[in-house]
Ligand binder design. Structure first.
Ligand SMILES: Nc1ncnc2c1ncn2[C@@H]1O[C@H](COP(=O)(O)OP(=O)(O)O)[C@@H](O)[C@H]1O
Ligand SMILES: [Mg+2]
Length: 351
Protein backbone atom coordinates (compact mmCIF):
# COMPACT_ATOMS: atom_id res chain seq x y z
CA UNK A 1 0.00 0.00 0.00
CA UNK A 2 1.29 3.45 -0.86
CA UNK A 3 0.01 6.82 0.31
CA UNK A 4 0.70 9.76 -1.99
CA UNK A 5 0.33 13.42 -1.06
CA UNK A 6 -0.08 15.83 -3.96
CA UNK A 7 1.34 19.05 -2.64
CA UNK A 8 3.13 22.23 -3.52
CA UNK A 9 3.25 25.32 -1.33
CA UNK A 10 1.51 27.26 -4.12
CA UNK A 11 -2.03 27.39 -5.43
CA UNK A 12 -3.18 26.96 -9.00
CA UNK A 13 -0.43 24.53 -10.06
CA UNK A 14 -2.83 21.65 -10.71
CA UNK A 15 -2.79 19.69 -7.44
CA UNK A 16 -6.54 19.08 -7.46
CA UNK A 17 -6.79 18.55 -11.21
CA UNK A 18 -3.98 15.99 -11.10
CA UNK A 19 -5.42 14.28 -8.01
CA UNK A 20 -8.64 13.79 -9.98
CA UNK A 21 -6.86 12.53 -13.10
CA UNK A 22 -4.29 10.34 -11.34
CA UNK A 23 -6.71 8.71 -8.89
CA UNK A 24 -9.22 7.96 -11.67
CA UNK A 25 -6.61 6.59 -14.04
CA UNK A 26 -4.91 4.56 -11.32
CA UNK A 27 -8.28 3.03 -10.38
CA UNK A 28 -9.05 2.26 -14.03
CA UNK A 29 -5.72 0.52 -14.57
CA UNK A 30 -5.83 -1.38 -11.23
CA UNK A 31 -9.38 -2.76 -11.12
CA UNK A 32 -8.51 -5.39 -8.50
CA UNK A 33 -7.31 -2.75 -6.02
CA UNK A 34 -9.19 -0.24 -3.92
CA UNK A 35 -8.25 3.38 -4.51
CA UNK A 36 -8.91 6.06 -1.95
CA UNK A 37 -8.79 9.81 -2.57
CA UNK A 38 -8.72 12.02 0.52
CA UNK A 39 -9.45 15.69 0.01
CA UNK A 40 -7.71 17.67 2.72
CA UNK A 41 -8.42 21.00 1.12
CA UNK A 42 -11.25 23.32 2.20
CA UNK A 43 -11.82 24.29 -1.45
CA UNK A 44 -12.79 20.66 -2.15
CA UNK A 45 -11.95 21.06 -5.84
CA UNK A 46 -10.77 17.48 -6.31
CA UNK A 47 -13.98 16.24 -4.64
CA UNK A 48 -16.09 18.38 -6.96
CA UNK A 49 -14.41 16.89 -10.04
CA UNK A 50 -14.51 13.31 -8.75
CA UNK A 51 -18.17 13.57 -7.81
CA UNK A 52 -19.20 14.71 -11.27
CA UNK A 53 -17.94 18.24 -11.83
CA UNK A 54 -19.45 21.69 -11.68
CA UNK A 55 -23.10 20.71 -11.46
CA UNK A 56 -23.52 17.10 -10.27
CA UNK A 57 -20.33 17.21 -8.20
CA UNK A 58 -21.22 20.42 -6.41
CA UNK A 59 -24.73 19.12 -5.72
CA UNK A 60 -23.32 15.87 -4.30
CA UNK A 61 -20.89 17.78 -2.09
CA UNK A 62 -23.69 19.99 -0.83
CA UNK A 63 -25.85 17.06 0.16
CA UNK A 64 -22.95 15.21 1.84
CA UNK A 65 -22.15 18.25 3.96
CA UNK A 66 -25.82 18.59 4.99
CA UNK A 67 -25.83 15.15 6.62
CA UNK A 68 -25.35 14.82 10.39
CA UNK A 69 -22.53 14.21 10.90
CA UNK A 70 -21.20 15.71 7.66
CA UNK A 71 -20.05 12.89 5.39
CA UNK A 72 -16.79 14.68 4.65
CA UNK A 73 -13.30 15.01 6.10
CA UNK A 74 -14.73 17.55 8.54
CA UNK A 75 -17.12 14.96 9.96
CA UNK A 76 -14.12 12.80 10.82
CA UNK A 77 -12.02 15.71 12.12
CA UNK A 78 -14.93 16.68 14.38
CA UNK A 79 -14.84 13.17 15.92
CA UNK A 80 -11.14 13.64 16.58
CA UNK A 81 -11.41 17.15 18.02
CA UNK A 82 -14.01 15.88 20.50
CA UNK A 83 -11.53 13.40 22.03
CA UNK A 84 -8.18 14.24 20.48
CA UNK A 85 -6.10 11.45 22.01
CA UNK A 86 -8.55 8.55 21.63
CA UNK A 87 -8.94 6.87 18.24
CA UNK A 88 -12.71 6.70 17.54
CA UNK A 89 -12.20 4.28 14.60
CA UNK A 90 -15.03 5.96 12.72
CA UNK A 91 -13.07 6.61 9.50
CA UNK A 92 -14.97 4.27 7.21
CA UNK A 93 -18.32 5.92 8.00
CA UNK A 94 -17.21 8.99 6.02
CA UNK A 95 -16.37 7.02 2.89
CA UNK A 96 -18.14 7.83 -0.38
CA UNK A 97 -18.24 5.36 -3.30
CA UNK A 98 -17.51 7.86 -6.06
CA UNK A 99 -19.07 5.88 -8.93
CA UNK A 100 -22.47 6.04 -7.19
CA UNK A 101 -22.39 9.79 -7.77
CA UNK A 102 -20.35 9.89 -10.96
CA UNK A 103 -20.65 6.95 -13.39
CA UNK A 104 -17.60 8.18 -15.34
CA UNK A 105 -15.19 6.94 -12.65
CA UNK A 106 -14.39 3.30 -11.83
CA UNK A 107 -16.26 1.46 -9.06
CA UNK A 108 -13.06 0.81 -7.07
CA UNK A 109 -12.52 4.52 -6.41
CA UNK A 110 -13.56 5.95 -3.03
CA UNK A 111 -13.41 9.41 -1.53
CA UNK A 112 -13.29 11.22 1.76
CA UNK A 113 -14.69 14.52 0.48
CA UNK A 114 -13.16 17.89 1.24
CA UNK A 115 -15.06 20.46 3.26
CA UNK A 116 -14.84 24.24 3.72
CA UNK A 117 -15.34 23.63 7.45
CA UNK A 118 -11.70 22.53 7.65
CA UNK A 119 -10.73 26.18 7.75
CA UNK A 120 -12.90 26.77 10.80
CA UNK A 121 -11.72 23.57 12.50
CA UNK A 122 -8.04 24.41 11.98
CA UNK A 123 -7.58 26.43 15.18
CA UNK A 124 -9.19 23.69 17.27
CA UNK A 125 -6.97 21.04 15.64
CA UNK A 126 -3.96 23.19 16.39
CA UNK A 127 -5.22 23.62 19.95
CA UNK A 128 -5.17 19.84 20.37
CA UNK A 129 -1.44 19.59 19.50
CA UNK A 130 -0.51 21.28 22.81
CA UNK A 131 -0.80 21.23 25.79
CA UNK A 132 -2.19 17.74 26.53
CA UNK A 133 -0.04 14.64 26.87
CA UNK A 134 3.66 14.97 26.02
CA UNK A 135 3.08 13.33 22.66
CA UNK A 136 -0.07 15.35 21.83
CA UNK A 137 1.59 16.69 18.68
CA UNK A 138 2.39 13.17 17.48
CA UNK A 139 -1.10 11.82 18.19
CA UNK A 140 -2.82 14.65 16.31
CA UNK A 141 -0.41 14.15 13.41
CA UNK A 142 -1.50 10.51 13.11
CA UNK A 143 -5.23 11.31 12.78
CA UNK A 144 -5.18 10.85 9.01
CA UNK A 145 -3.08 7.67 9.26
CA UNK A 146 -5.75 6.36 11.65
CA UNK A 147 -8.45 7.31 9.14
CA UNK A 148 -6.67 5.38 6.39
CA UNK A 149 -6.23 2.33 8.66
CA UNK A 150 -9.95 2.35 9.50
CA UNK A 151 -10.79 2.36 5.80
CA UNK A 152 -8.30 -0.35 4.93
CA UNK A 153 -9.78 -2.52 7.61
CA UNK A 154 -13.25 -1.81 6.28
CA UNK A 155 -12.11 -2.79 2.75
CA UNK A 156 -10.45 -5.82 4.25
CA UNK A 157 -7.78 -5.34 1.63
CA UNK A 158 -4.15 -4.49 2.24
CA UNK A 159 -3.77 -3.33 -1.34
CA UNK A 160 -5.24 0.14 -1.08
CA UNK A 161 -3.55 3.04 -2.83
CA UNK A 162 -4.24 6.46 -1.40
CA UNK A 163 -4.01 9.90 -3.00
CA UNK A 164 -4.32 12.96 -0.77
CA UNK A 165 -5.04 16.35 -2.30
CA UNK A 166 -3.61 19.13 -0.15
CA UNK A 167 -4.21 22.79 0.40
CA UNK A 168 -1.29 24.95 -0.74
CA UNK A 169 -0.74 26.65 2.61
CA UNK A 170 1.35 24.82 5.19
CA UNK A 171 -1.57 24.79 7.59
CA UNK A 172 -2.28 22.20 10.27
CA UNK A 173 -4.43 20.05 7.97
CA UNK A 174 -1.67 20.10 5.35
CA UNK A 175 0.73 18.90 8.05
CA UNK A 176 -1.69 16.08 8.93
CA UNK A 177 -1.87 15.06 5.26
CA UNK A 178 1.90 15.07 4.90
CA UNK A 179 2.46 13.12 8.11
CA UNK A 180 0.08 10.43 6.84
CA UNK A 181 1.78 10.13 3.43
CA UNK A 182 4.84 8.18 2.47
CA UNK A 183 5.34 9.58 -1.02
CA UNK A 184 5.12 13.12 -2.37
CA UNK A 185 4.08 14.28 -5.84
CA UNK A 186 4.97 17.93 -6.42
CA UNK A 187 3.10 19.60 -9.28
CA UNK A 188 4.35 22.97 -10.39
CA UNK A 189 3.70 25.43 -13.17
CA UNK A 190 6.48 27.00 -15.16
CA UNK A 191 6.95 30.40 -13.62
CA UNK A 192 9.37 32.06 -11.25
CA UNK A 193 7.10 31.81 -8.26
CA UNK A 194 6.85 28.05 -8.72
CA UNK A 195 10.57 27.83 -8.20
CA UNK A 196 10.25 29.66 -4.89
CA UNK A 197 7.35 27.40 -3.88
CA UNK A 198 9.36 24.25 -4.60
CA UNK A 199 12.20 25.66 -2.49
CA UNK A 200 9.68 26.21 0.28
CA UNK A 201 8.57 22.56 0.03
CA UNK A 202 12.19 21.42 0.34
CA UNK A 203 12.79 23.70 3.35
CA UNK A 204 9.54 23.00 5.21
CA UNK A 205 9.63 19.22 4.84
CA UNK A 206 13.29 18.31 4.59
CA UNK A 207 14.99 21.25 6.28
CA UNK A 208 16.89 22.20 3.12
CA UNK A 209 18.17 25.68 4.00
CA UNK A 210 19.42 28.17 1.47
CA UNK A 211 20.96 30.52 4.02
CA UNK A 212 22.87 29.00 6.93
CA UNK A 213 21.31 29.64 10.31
CA UNK A 214 17.73 30.09 9.03
CA UNK A 215 15.04 28.73 11.27
CA UNK A 216 13.69 25.23 10.59
CA UNK A 217 9.95 24.63 10.42
CA UNK A 218 8.31 23.37 13.60
CA UNK A 219 6.96 20.51 11.49
CA UNK A 220 10.50 19.47 10.54
CA UNK A 221 11.71 19.73 14.14
CA UNK A 222 8.73 17.89 15.65
CA UNK A 223 8.67 15.21 12.94
CA UNK A 224 12.26 14.37 13.87
CA UNK A 225 11.54 14.49 17.59
CA UNK A 226 8.48 12.24 17.34
CA UNK A 227 9.92 10.03 14.58
CA UNK A 228 7.17 10.74 12.11
CA UNK A 229 8.89 10.80 8.76
CA UNK A 230 7.67 13.19 6.08
CA UNK A 231 6.81 11.67 2.69
CA UNK A 232 9.68 10.91 0.33
CA UNK A 233 9.81 12.77 -2.96
CA UNK A 234 8.23 10.55 -5.60
CA UNK A 235 8.19 12.96 -8.50
CA UNK A 236 7.91 16.59 -9.52
CA UNK A 237 5.60 17.34 -12.39
CA UNK A 238 5.70 20.43 -14.58
CA UNK A 239 2.04 21.00 -15.33
CA UNK A 240 0.20 22.96 -18.02
CA UNK A 241 3.02 22.85 -20.52
CA UNK A 242 1.89 25.14 -23.28
CA UNK A 243 1.86 23.87 -26.81
CA UNK A 244 3.18 27.08 -28.40
CA UNK A 245 6.79 26.53 -29.42
CA UNK A 246 8.33 29.68 -27.93
CA UNK A 247 6.48 29.29 -24.62
CA UNK A 248 7.32 25.59 -24.58
CA UNK A 249 11.00 26.53 -24.61
CA UNK A 250 10.54 28.88 -21.67
CA UNK A 251 8.60 26.16 -19.88
CA UNK A 252 11.41 23.65 -20.32
CA UNK A 253 13.89 26.21 -18.98
CA UNK A 254 11.87 26.61 -15.77
CA UNK A 255 11.34 22.86 -15.43
CA UNK A 256 15.09 22.42 -15.77
CA UNK A 257 15.85 25.10 -13.17
CA UNK A 258 13.47 23.53 -10.68
CA UNK A 259 15.02 20.18 -11.60
CA UNK A 260 18.42 21.64 -10.63
CA UNK A 261 17.17 22.47 -7.14
CA UNK A 262 15.72 19.00 -6.66
CA UNK A 263 18.79 17.34 -8.15
CA UNK A 264 20.94 19.19 -5.60
CA UNK A 265 18.80 17.71 -2.81
CA UNK A 266 19.21 14.26 -4.36
CA UNK A 267 22.99 14.65 -4.38
CA UNK A 268 23.18 15.52 -0.69
CA UNK A 269 20.14 13.59 0.65
CA UNK A 270 19.10 10.74 -1.66
CA UNK A 271 17.23 9.15 1.24
CA UNK A 272 14.57 11.91 0.96
CA UNK A 273 13.52 10.30 -2.36
CA UNK A 274 11.51 7.20 -3.10
CA UNK A 275 13.10 5.02 -5.77
CA UNK A 276 10.29 3.95 -8.10
CA UNK A 277 9.52 0.26 -7.87
CA UNK A 278 8.63 0.42 -11.57
CA UNK A 279 11.97 2.05 -12.48
CA UNK A 280 15.45 0.67 -13.06
CA UNK A 281 17.02 1.17 -9.63
CA UNK A 282 18.75 4.13 -8.06
CA UNK A 283 19.59 6.75 -10.73
CA UNK A 284 23.32 6.98 -11.40
CA UNK A 285 23.30 10.30 -13.26
CA UNK A 286 21.20 13.35 -13.98
CA UNK A 287 19.50 11.92 -17.00
CA UNK A 288 18.47 8.74 -15.14
CA UNK A 289 17.34 10.99 -12.28
CA UNK A 290 15.19 13.04 -14.65
CA UNK A 291 13.61 10.02 -16.22
CA UNK A 292 12.64 8.67 -12.81
CA UNK A 293 11.54 11.80 -10.97
CA UNK A 294 10.62 14.43 -13.57
CA UNK A 295 7.31 14.51 -15.44
CA UNK A 296 5.62 16.99 -17.74
CA UNK A 297 1.94 17.44 -18.45
CA UNK A 298 0.68 19.62 -21.27
CA UNK A 299 -2.11 22.14 -20.98
CA UNK A 300 -5.06 20.48 -22.70
CA UNK A 301 -7.04 23.73 -22.80
CA UNK A 302 -10.73 23.13 -23.56
CA UNK A 303 -10.38 19.37 -23.05
CA UNK A 304 -9.20 19.96 -19.48
CA UNK A 305 -12.04 22.37 -18.80
CA UNK A 306 -14.59 19.85 -20.08
CA UNK A 307 -12.94 16.99 -18.17
CA UNK A 308 -13.00 18.87 -14.87
CA UNK A 309 -16.41 20.50 -15.40
CA UNK A 310 -18.12 17.19 -16.19
CA UNK A 311 -16.00 14.95 -13.95
CA UNK A 312 -14.98 12.78 -16.89
CA UNK A 313 -11.34 11.69 -16.55
CA UNK A 314 -9.29 13.04 -19.46
CA UNK A 315 -8.24 9.53 -20.49
CA UNK A 316 -11.91 8.62 -21.07
CA UNK A 317 -12.99 11.92 -22.59
CA UNK A 318 -13.89 11.72 -26.26
CA UNK A 319 -13.53 14.31 -28.98
CA UNK A 320 -16.65 16.11 -30.14
CA UNK A 321 -19.29 18.37 -28.69
CA UNK A 322 -20.03 18.19 -24.95
CA UNK A 323 -22.73 20.06 -23.04
CA UNK A 324 -21.13 22.02 -20.22
CA UNK A 325 -23.49 23.98 -17.99
CA UNK A 326 -26.01 24.42 -20.78
CA UNK A 327 -23.48 25.30 -23.48
CA UNK A 328 -22.03 23.16 -26.23
CA UNK A 329 -18.26 22.95 -26.07
CA UNK A 330 -16.04 21.32 -28.67
CA UNK A 331 -13.20 19.03 -27.57
CA UNK A 332 -10.52 18.41 -30.20
CA UNK A 333 -8.77 15.09 -30.61
CA UNK A 334 -5.40 16.88 -30.80
CA UNK A 335 -5.82 18.26 -27.26
CA UNK A 336 -6.67 14.79 -25.97
CA UNK A 337 -3.77 13.19 -27.84
CA UNK A 338 -1.37 15.50 -26.05
CA UNK A 339 -2.48 15.16 -22.43
CA UNK A 340 -3.77 11.58 -22.27
CA UNK A 341 -0.29 10.02 -22.74
CA UNK A 342 1.15 12.32 -20.04
CA UNK A 343 -1.38 11.14 -17.46
CA UNK A 344 -0.97 7.51 -18.50
CA UNK A 345 2.81 7.79 -18.22
CA UNK A 346 2.67 9.37 -14.77
CA UNK A 347 0.22 6.76 -13.52
CA UNK A 348 2.32 3.94 -15.00
CA UNK A 349 5.17 5.12 -12.75
CA UNK A 350 2.96 4.87 -9.67
CA UNK A 351 3.05 1.63 -7.77
N1 LIG B 1 -2.75 20.19 -17.44
C1 LIG B 1 -3.74 21.09 -17.40
N2 LIG B 1 -4.30 21.55 -18.55
C2 LIG B 1 -5.28 22.47 -18.51
N3 LIG B 1 -5.78 23.00 -17.38
C3 LIG B 1 -5.28 22.58 -16.21
C4 LIG B 1 -4.24 21.61 -16.15
N4 LIG B 1 -3.93 21.40 -14.84
C5 LIG B 1 -4.75 22.20 -14.13
N5 LIG B 1 -5.55 22.91 -14.94
C6 LIG B 1 -6.53 23.93 -14.51
O1 LIG B 1 -5.82 24.92 -13.80
C7 LIG B 1 -6.61 25.44 -12.73
C8 LIG B 1 -5.85 25.28 -11.41
O2 LIG B 1 -5.72 23.89 -11.15
P1 LIG B 1 -6.01 23.29 -9.71
O3 LIG B 1 -5.90 21.82 -9.83
O4 LIG B 1 -7.25 23.83 -9.13
O5 LIG B 1 -4.75 23.87 -8.90
P2 LIG B 1 -4.38 23.72 -7.35
O6 LIG B 1 -5.16 22.58 -6.79
O7 LIG B 1 -2.91 23.46 -7.33
O8 LIG B 1 -4.71 25.02 -6.71
C9 LIG B 1 -7.91 24.66 -12.76
O9 LIG B 1 -8.85 25.43 -13.44
C10 LIG B 1 -7.56 23.40 -13.53
O10 LIG B 1 -8.67 22.84 -14.19
MG1 LIG C 1 -6.52 22.57 -5.18
Amino acid sequence: MAIYAIWNNKGGVGKSYLTFQIASEYARTHPAEKVLAIDLCPQANASGMLLGGMEAGERALDSLSKLTPRKTISGYIEDRIRQPYVNPQTGSTYLVAVSQKNPAVPANLFLIPGDEQLEIQASRVLGATAPGPTDAWRIVHTWISDLIKDIEQFFNQANTTVFIDCNPSFSIYTELALSASDRLIIPFSADGSSKRAVRAVLALLYGVMRTPGSQQSQFYINSKQFRLSPPKIYCYAGNRLTQYVSSAKAFHTVVHEIGDEIWAVWQSNPNEFHIHPTGSGSPANRSAFNSMFQFEIVDANTASVVSSSLGIPIVLLTAGVHAVVGRNVMVNQTQLDKQQPNIKQLVAAIE
